[in-house]
Design a protein around this ligand. Structure first.
Ligand code: ADP
Length: 358
């Protein structure tokens, strides 16, 4: 019987008001984030907003200018205290896969298991090879594997020592879109199966939504909103979050009741947030799937561009006011550019912000 080191599951990672920077210049400011057992988190934001800096601080490569990072109530980093990266029980996977080219796949995965017995290492590596779909590949070298296969090996190597937390910095961005689409759900399934909590850094919304339970949206060094993909998409707390996540437009409207706004597309009803007063001018968020092609509607728009997406059409339509918005139509509604179509709006929550468009 082999006695492998027991699994050390994360209970809670907590970032409290952390500031991280370079040469005394703060890059990440007042960031708060929490991840609990078995969750996959994601830092999502445009390039340069500080995602990698934040991840590197969690890994222990960047000291904190302020705040605190704790893992299961142990302080990993504070202004005055830094636990070194190798003592954090944190694994990492990077974009540039960085497998050791002169080592076999088996030895790559076994690399972090130096203190384990030979039989434990063998059992663990073979288990992981099977888990990532590469059983029988142990004797091969990284150069004989595809990019996707190499990234699976990198994942197996990172989780082999049973870290409490896995950090992944843009791990899929070197792969083509089709491969990424296949690999992302596979990796999520592997992490959930192994009960490894993880944080992914990406600038790709689709990847974030496919992978994460909790998404933190970042801009210019700040975490703007943390929520499930559903909350972030349907209840964005700012214009930036609304526009960064998915497609959409702001439709000028006026609040006309406790659950109603008036717009170019008539009265739109839904649950009101933000407590706007009747008469307030607002910009209402409308996603493509909120605006439907409807022959029976009295409200019309002129098609200015269109995309066939297989199971549906996505149109850009110009309203009589000149405002251009997205509209969804099922795939048999093939209209021409320049044609007028009827439009209706179907919204559950009315997400709106004080108007800035006149
Ligand atoms: P992201 O991962 O969101 O693309 P980064 O965390 O890599 O963003 O970078 C955030 C900001 O910090 C950028 O302005 C970048 O130029 C700066 N930065 C990153 N690394 C360093 C460094 N080692 N020294 C100085 N500035 C850096």
């Amino acid at each position: 019987m082999t006695a492998m080191p027991p699994s050390k599951m994360l209970k809670e990672l907590k970032l409290t008001d952390i500031c991280v920077g370079y040469q005394d210049t703060p890059v990440v400011q007042d960031a708060n984030f929490r991840l609990v057992e078995g969750q996959i988190g994601c830092l999502l934001g445009p390039s340069g907003c500080g995602k990698s800096t934040l991840l590197r601080a969690i890994a222990g490569f960047e000291p904190l200018m302020d705040g605190e990072i704790t893992l299961d109530n142990d302080v990993l980093s504070s202004k005055s205290h830094v636990v070194s990266p190798e003592k954090r029980s944190i694994g990492m996977v990077f974009q540039d896969i960085a497998l050791f080219p002169h080592l076999t796949i088996y030895d790559n995965i076994a690399f972090g298991l130096k203190d384990w017995s030979k039989s434990d290492v063998k059992a663990r590596v073979e288990y992981l090879l099977g888990l990532v779909g590469l059983a029988g590949f142990g004797a091969r070298y990284p150069s004989s594997l595809s990019g996707g296969q190499q990234q699976r090996v990198a994942l197996a190597r990172a989780i082999a020592p049973r870290p409490k937390l896995l950090l992944m910095d843009e791990p899929f961005s070197g792969l083509d879109a089709k491969l990424r689409e296949e690999l992302v759900p596979d990796i999520r399934a592997i992490l959930l199966h192994e009960k490894v909590s993880a944080i992914l850094v990406t600038h790709d919304q689709a990847e974030a939504f496919a992978m994460a339970d909790q998404v933190a949206i970042m801009e210019a060094g700040k975490i703007l909103q943390v929520g499930t993909p559903y909350q972030i998409y349907h209840e964005p707390i700012s214009r930036f979050v609304a526009m960064f996540i998915g497609q959409g437009d702001f439709l000028p409207a006026v609040v006309c009741g406790p659950d109603c706004v008036h717009s170019d597309l008539g009265n739109i009803r839904g649950e009101l947030h933000h407590g706007f007063e009747t008469g307030a001018k607002v910009d209402l968020l409308v996603r493509p799937d909120d605006v439907l092609h409807d022959d029976d509607s009295e409200f019309k728009g002129l098609i200015v561009s269109k995309w066939f997406r297989g199971s549906y059409f996505l149109y850009r339509v110009k309203l009589p006011s000149g405002k251009v918005i997205y509209c969804f139509a099922s795939s048999h509604h093939n209209h021409s550019i320049g044609q007028e179509i009827g439009l209706s709006v179907d919204l559950d929550h009315l997400v709106m912000f004080p108007t800035i468009s006149e």
